[in-house]
Write a protein that binds this ligand. Structure first.
Ligand code: ASP
Length: 326
């Protein structure tokens, strides 16, 4: 009796131990929520929707994009950091993950240790754009205009921590001139105001600006990469336009809350890699002036290493530009 009872207990314990492994093998068994920390219709949203769709195919479950915009990307990051670490909440964020730890004295989550990395996604050039009626036709005229008008000019961004904020900070520092900043929940809504002519300038990713520049509905002044880009071959680099060394590229990565089990991260990573190799993703990215990262950079380890190095890279630069940070 006792023996059978013991065996029964052991059998139960064995089943209990096996349960989590079985649950992980079955991942994902339902919809996954991909948080985008900026408004719908903007550049991060565009990247996320393409990746989410391709990941859905390879995971056999829908990956739904949820826009949690506001406070420069910190609200969405907070939501992700505080979610259950089960793989059903993931976060697609950008270079802000490297600048927020320096830009903010305090956020309501751990901006450095609150996440597992899944892999890098893409690096996107930025473009300096203005409303089409702005009294400057090229970079030389724009530099003169900013120096002359300063705070009379409205510069749109997606809040402190956004890439558009970082680019504006570097621009104001390079010119030694402050402009008036107008923060939005994302540069999707900011672009609407630029198109309407209610703000003057913005620096934003090609994933949001390429089509508008090509259509002439906003004026493109410069691209922030060392070389011109194929999607906008007529657009000069910032260096060509008179701002040597003015370079920013907006990398994106995929994250999960700290403590998400390693097999789940591995499954998500496989789906990310498949998405980066998806033909439609490649074609759309190219049309928007970007490309998927090479697969070797889309590992959790390479992502973490790059992210940590980028925190260290930006810290002194942001501290030096401190007076333009708000
Ligand atoms: N990524 C943009 C930025 O950082 C915001 C957005 O995606 O809407 O400015």
């Amino acid at each position: 009796m006792t023996r059978i009872g013991k065996r029964g207990l052991l059998g139960l314990a064995g089943a209990a131990l096996a349960a989590p492994a079985f649950a992980q093998a079955a991942f994902p068994s339902r919809t996954i929520n991909m948080i985008v920390p900026f408004a719908a219709g903007g550049p991060t949203d565009t990247v996320a929707r393409l990746i989410a769709q391709a990941m859905s195919t390879s995971l056999g479950q829908t990956v739904v994009v949820e826009n949690v915009g506001g406070a420069g990307g910190t609200l969405g990051a907070q939501r992700a950091a505080q979610a259950r670490p089960d793989g059903y909440t993931i976060l697609l964020h950008h270079i802000g993950m490297a600048t927020i730890p320096t830009l903010y004295r305090r956020v309501a989550y751990d901006p450095i240790n609150g996440f597992e990395t899944i892999g890098l996604v893409t690096e996107v050039p930025m473009t300096l754009v203005g409303r089409s009626s702005l009294a400057a036709q090229n970079m030389a005229e724009l530099i003169a205009l900013v120096r002359r008008e300063g705070e009379k000019l409205n510069y749109a961004n997606a809040g402190i921590g956004a890439a558009s904020h970082l680019c504006g900070l570097l621009l104001q520092q390079a010119l030694g001139t402050r402009m008036t900043t107008v923060p939005y929940r994302g540069t999707g809504p900011a672009m609407n105001d630029l198109l309407a002519g209610t703000v003057d300038l913005m620096c934003d990713q090609t994933t949001n600006t390429t089509e508008q520049i090509k259509a002439g509905s906003v004026r493109g002044f410069a691209v922030t990469t060392p070389e011109r880009i194929a999607a906008l071959p007529d657009l000069p680099t910032a260096a060509e336009g008179g701002l040597p060394g003015f370079e920013v590229s907006v990398w994106h990565g995929l994250y999960a809350p700290k403590g998400t089990p390693a097999p789940v991260i591995a499954r998500l990573n496989r789906a990310l890699v498949a998405a980066l190799q998806d033909a439609n993703v490649g074609t759309r990215f190219a049309a928007l002036g970007t490309a998927p990262v090479p697969v070797a950079r889309a590992t959790p380890e390479a992502h973490r290493e790059f992210w940590q190095a980028d925190i260290a890279k930006w810290r002194p630069l942001i501290q030096a530009a401190g007076q333009y940070a708000d």
